[in-house]
Write a protein that binds this ligand. Structure first.
Ligand SMILES: Nc1ncnc2c1ncn2[C@@H]1O[C@H](COP(=O)(O)OP(=O)(O)OP(=O)(O)O)[C@@H](O)[C@H]1O
Length: 575
C-alpha cells in the first residue's frame, strides 16, 4: 500500500488538508460530552438557565464547526482519492503496454482487466477511508481517553479490560481475513474470464445454441464469487457484535460502579453521562479502526495484485548496449523455443538464412510452429536457445523500437480498433499523408471495397471490427502495415480469408511495392507460397525441407503431399 502512495502526487495538498479538517471535526465531537456534563452538573443542578443557554449555544457552535470540518474532509478526501485512482490506472495501463507477450500470457488478459478496474478501485476506496478515518479514529480514542481519565481515573479502569479484548479480536480476524480477500479477487478474475468469453464469443455460442451451458458456467463462477465474498464478510459479521458486546458490558460496568460513586457523592451525575458518551465515542472509534483494518486487509490483497504488475520486469526490453540496425537479412542459428518452462519445446534446433529482399514462404501442418518462428524475429517472444540475427546482429542487441519499426507483422487475427477506417489505416504511421494511405489501401486490395462503404474512408469501424467481413479486416490490416513501409514484412496467414483472385492480385502488388523488402509469408495454401524465392517446410517445430516450389516437389515428401492434396496431381504435372 505504502508503495502506491506516490500516486497521490499532484493531490498531496488535498491529502494533507483532509485529515486537518478531520481534526477540527474530532475536536468538536470531543467537546460535546464535556459541555453536556457541565449543563447537567452546573446548569441543571443549580437551576442556572443562563448557563444552560450559553453552554447550549456553545454546543451548537461546536456542532456547526464539526459539520464544516467533516464536510471539507469528505470533499478533500474524494478529490485526493479520485486523483490517485486516475494516476494509478494510468501507470498500470502504461506498464501493461510495456509487458512482453510472455508476461501478458502469465497474468492473463481478464486478470489484467480486473487489476486495472476492481483492484484499483479497492485501493482508491482504502485511501479514501484512510484519509477520512485513519486520523479520526485514533484521535477520538486518544482524546476520549484523556477526557475520561480527567473525569474519573477510577472508572477509566474499565478500558484496561475492554480495549485489549477488542485488539486481540482485531488481530485474530485480520490474520484470517487476508487470504479470504485474496480469494475473492481471484474469483473476480475467474468471473471476468467467463464473462469475456461469453460476451466476445456470443456469435459462436448462439450458433452452437449453447447459451444455457454458458449461462451455467457464468452462474458457477458468479456463485463461487458470492460464496467467497460471504466467507470474507463473515469476519466483518463477527467483529461488529464482538465490539458491541464489549461496549455494552463496559457501559453496564460504568453505570454500576459510577452509580455507586454517585450514591456515595464522590462523582457528580453529569460526569457519568459524559463518561458513557465518551465510552460510546471511543467504542465507535474502535469499530472504525476495525472496519479500517478489515478494508485494509482487502485493499492489501488488491494492492499486492496491482504491485505485481507494476513491479513486473518486462522479459523483453532494450539492453544498455542496444545497437542501431545494420541490414535486413535474417539468420536463425540453432534456435530452440518454448513458451514457458512448463510448455513443450515448440521449435527445435532451427538454422537457416534469408537474404535481404528475399521472399520466403513458410508452410507446415497446423501447430507445427510457424507463428512461433516468426514471432521471434521482432522479439515478441525470446528464443530459449540459439540466436536470431537481423542484419548480422543478435535481435537481443538491437534497439527494440527500431527493430519493431522496421518489421511489419500482420498477425493471424486481424484486430481493428473502434474509429474510422482512415484512423485504423494510420494507426501505426501517424501522421501519414492522404496519398500514402490510399496507395497502401490500393496495394492491399482494400481501396475498392472501402469506396463502396457509405462513408468510404470515414466509415466507422465498430469494436474489434465486427462490422467488417474476415477478408475485409485482413485487407485493412495489410494496408495498415504496408503504410509503414517495413523493411521486413511478416504475414502470418494474413490472406487466408481472401478469395484466390484477390490473393493473386495482392501477391502481384506486394512483389512490386515491396520489391526491396524481405518478406516472410506463412500460408496454409500452396498458392500463397509457390512463387517465393524459398519455402521453409516446418514439421513438429523442425525444418523438414527448404527450397523453391519445384525443388521441394522433387525432394520433400511432406511438401509434395500438401501440394497434391491442394492442387491435384494433374495441375502439378502441368506446372
Ligand atoms: N502463447 C502460447 N503459450 C503456450 N503455448 C503456445 C502458445 N501459442 C502457441 N502455443 C503452442 O505452440 C505450438 C505451435 O503453435 P504455432 O501457433 O506456432 O503453430 P502454427 O504452425 O502457427 O499453427 P497454425 O497453422 O494453426 O497457426 C502449438 O502446440 C501451440 O499449442
Amino acid at each position: 500500500m505504502v508503495k502506491l502512495l506516490k500516486y497521490l502526487q499532484g493531490a498531496t495538498g488535498y491529502a494533507v488538508l483532509a485529515p486537518l479538517m478531520m481534526i477540527l471535526e474530532v475536536s468538536m465531537d470531543l467537546m460535546q460530552p464535556k459541555l453536556m456534563a457541565d449543563i447537567i452538573d452546573i446548569g441543571i443542578m443549580h437551576q442556572n438557565a443562563a448557563y444552560v443557554f450559553s453552554t447550549g449555544m456553545k454546543m451548537i457552535l461546536a456542532a456547526l464547526l464539526g459539520l464544516i470540518g467533516g464536510a471539507a474532509c469528505s470533499v478533500f478526501t474524494a478529490i485526493a482519492a479520485m486523483h490517485m485512482g486516475e494516476k494509478l490506472r494510468q501507470a498500470l495501463f502504461d506498464k501493461i503496454q510495456t509487458l512482453a507477450f510472455l508476461e501478458i500470457d502469465q497474468f492473463k488478459t481478464s486478470s489484467l482487466i480486473t487489476r486495472l478496474t476492481n483492484d484499483v478501485s479497492q485501493v482508491q476506496n482504502m485511501v479514501s477511508m484512510v484519509l477520512k478515518t485513519a486520523f479520526r479514529a485514533p484521535l477520538l480514542c486518544l482524546g476520549g481517553m484523556i477526557m475520561v481519565i480527567g473525569l474519573s481515573p477510577r472508572l477509566s479502569i474499565v478500558f484496561l479490560v475492554a480495549v485489549p479484548v477488542i485488539l486481540i479480536a482485531v488481530v485474530i480476524i485480520l490474520k484470517k481475513s487476508f487470504p479470504l480477500f485474496t480469494a475473492v479477487q481471484e474469483k473476480i478474475d475467474r468471473m471476468n474470464t467467463v464473462m469475456r468469453e461469453g460476451i466476445l464469443g456470443i456469435r459462436v455460442i448462439k450458433a452452437f445454441t449453447i447459451e444455457a451451458r454458458q449461462a451455467a458456467r457464468f452462474d458457477e463462477a458468479n456463485e463461487h464469487l458470492m460464496q467467497a465474498g460471504i466467507k470474507a464478510q463473515h469476519m466483518n459479521m463477527i467483529l461488529g457484535p464482538v465490539v458491541m458486546l464489549v461496549m455494552n458490558i463496559s457501559i453496564i460496568a460504568v453505570l454500576w460502579f459510577g452509580g455507586n460513586m454517585v450514591h456515595q457523592s464522590t462523582l457528580p451525575i453529569g460526569k457519568i453521562v459524559a463518561f458513557v458518551n465518551y465510552l460510546v465515542q471511543i467504542m465507535h472509534a474502535l469499530i472504525m479502526v476495525v472496519m479500517l483494518v478489515l478494508n485494509f486487509s482487502r485493499a492489501k490483497a488488491s494492492a499486492d495484485r496491482v504491485n505485481d504488475v507494476l513491479d513486473a520486469a518486462p522479459s523483453i526490453q532494450d539492453q544498455d548496449c542496444s545497437l542501431a540496425m545494420n541490414g535486413f537479412d535474417i539468420e536463425f542459428k540453432n534456435v530452440a523455443f518454448q513458451y514457458n518452462e512448463h510448455s513443450e519445446t515448440v521449435l527445435n534446433d532451427l538454422s537457416f538464412r534469408i537474404e535481404e529482399g528475399e521472399k520466403i514462404g513458410i508452410i507446415g501442418a497446423t501447430g507445427s510452429g510457424k507463428s512461433s518462428l516468426v514471432s521471434l524475429i521482432p522479439r515478441l517472444y525470446e528464443a530459449t536457445a540459439g540466436q536470431v540475427l537481423v542484419g548480422g546482429l543478435d535481435v537481443k542487441k538491437i534497439k527494440l523500437k527500431e527493430l519493431r519499426e522496421n518489421i511489419g507483422v500482420i498477425l493471424q487475427d486481424s484486430i481493428l480498433f473502434s474509429g474510422t477506417i482512415e484512423e485504423n489505416l494510420k494507426f501505426g504511421s501517424y501522421p501519414a499523408d492522404w496519398k500514402a494511405v490510399e496507395e497502401a489501401a490500393r496495394a492491399a486490395q482494400a481501396h475498392d471495397f472501402i469506396l463502396e462503404k457509405e462513408n468510404a474512408y470515414q466509415s466507422l469501424v465498430e469494436q474489434r471490427g465486427k462490422n467488417f467481413s474476415g477478408g475485409q479486416k485482413q485487407r485493412i490490416s495489410i494496408a495498415r502495415t504496408l503504410l509503414r513501409k517495413p523493411k521486413i514484412l511478416i504475414m502470418d496467414d494474413a490472406t487466408s480469408a481472401l478469395d484466390m483472385a484477390t490473393e493473386a492480385k495482392l501477391q502481384n502488388t506486394l512483389q512490386q511495392r515491396m520489391a526491396k523488402s524481405t518478406i516472410l509469408m506463412i500460408a496454409q495454401r500452396i498458392s500463397g507460397v509457390r512463387d517465393a524465392d524459398k519455402i521453409i517446410v516446418l514439421e513438429n517445430g523442425k525444418i523438414a525441407a527448404i527450397g523453391t516450389h519445384q525443388e521441394l516437389l522433387a525432394k520433400s515428401e511432406i511438401y509434395r503431399s500438401i501440394a497434391v492434396s491442394q492442387l491435384g496431381e494433374e495441375m502439378l504435372a502441368n506446372g
